[in-house]
Design a protein around this ligand. Structure first.
Ligand code: GRF
Length: 250
């Protein structure tokens, strides 16, 4: 039950709710951020994100003020989902092969996401193209990690294409999702230098190592309310000047 009171400061009268005042006095920390993570495969980024919230890390510092409240997979055999279950994280499987259309799948996906009441939805190796209706429902709250330095190499097989294209550098991009695939505004990037002796596997491994550093940083900025996404789709991160990480100086 709400209890209200009137405070008088000189000629100024303030009406206050005692329950709210009590809450402010006893809960000085900002609310913990709720993340839902969508996965399809291995789940190394999910682990890095979860670890950053439950224990922090040497690289990323103290714990991120949030938690992974739900993991949703579109593939029954996803290792990421099995791992999440072991951790006691709530999971839901929505097998895309059981749906007639992308639209029908996305309606079900939205129901599952909304049931977790998330602040942000993080795609971490989620191998589905999302419909504009789904994307627009979470615009500014839907984030993806892509294994290239966008706008270079949108799409699949980025490590192979980087090597075949003679690229000197490669990496990962964390960006807001917009209806155009792999084109949303960048929040942060992690860069690796391609070595002459690199294979697809060695390059993929170094890019993933970088992903596990950069995604938790972005989760921290989101949880701390530092990231803004303006209507013209410009990204600002308050108090953060470095949004391009590199192997030598993460
Ligand atoms: C990552 O390389 C990410 O960039 C891409 O899919 C991969 C997922 O890996 N979108 P994991 O499942 O997090 O290990």
């Amino acid at each position: 039950m709400m209890r209200n009171g009137v405070f008088t400061f000189g000629s100024l009268q303030l009406k206050a709710c005692f329950d709210c005042l009590f809450h402010i006095m006893t809960c000085p920390k900002p609310k913990s951020c709720r993340f839902v993570v969508l996965v399809s495969g291995h789940g190394s980024n999910l682990r890095a994100l979860h670890d950053s919230m439950v224990q922090g890390s040497e690289m990323n510092g103290s714990k991120v003020n949030g938690s992974v409240v739900g993991v949703i997979s579109n593939r029954p055999q996803s290792q990421a989902m099995a791992w999440a279950k072991e951790q006691g994280i709530e999971t839901e499987l929505i097998d895309h092969s059981l749906y007639d259309s992308r639209e029908a799948f996305d309606v079900e996906l939205k129901r599952a996401v909304d049931a977790f009441s998330p602040d942000f939805v993080l795609l971490a190796g989620f191998m589905r193209i999302l419909t504009p209706t789904f994307v627009n429902a979470y615009l500014g709250r839907l984030i993806n990690i892509h294994p290239s330095l966008l706008p270079e190499l949108p799409g699949l097989h980025t490590h192979k294409r980087a090597l075949e294209g003679g690229f000197k550098q490669h990496g990962c991009t964390i960006h807001f999702v917009t209806p155009e695939l792999d084109h949303g505004p960048t929040i942060a990037q992690g860069k690796v230098v391609i070595k002459r002796e690199d294979s697809v596997e060695s390059l993929a491994q170094r890019v993933q190592n970088m992903e596990h550093i950069v995604y938790p940083y972005v989760a921290r900025w989101l949880a701390d309310g530092l990231v803004s996404f303006t209507p013209d789709q410009t990204v600002h991160v308050k108090n953060v000047t470095k949004r391009l990480f590199s192997e030598a100086s993460p």
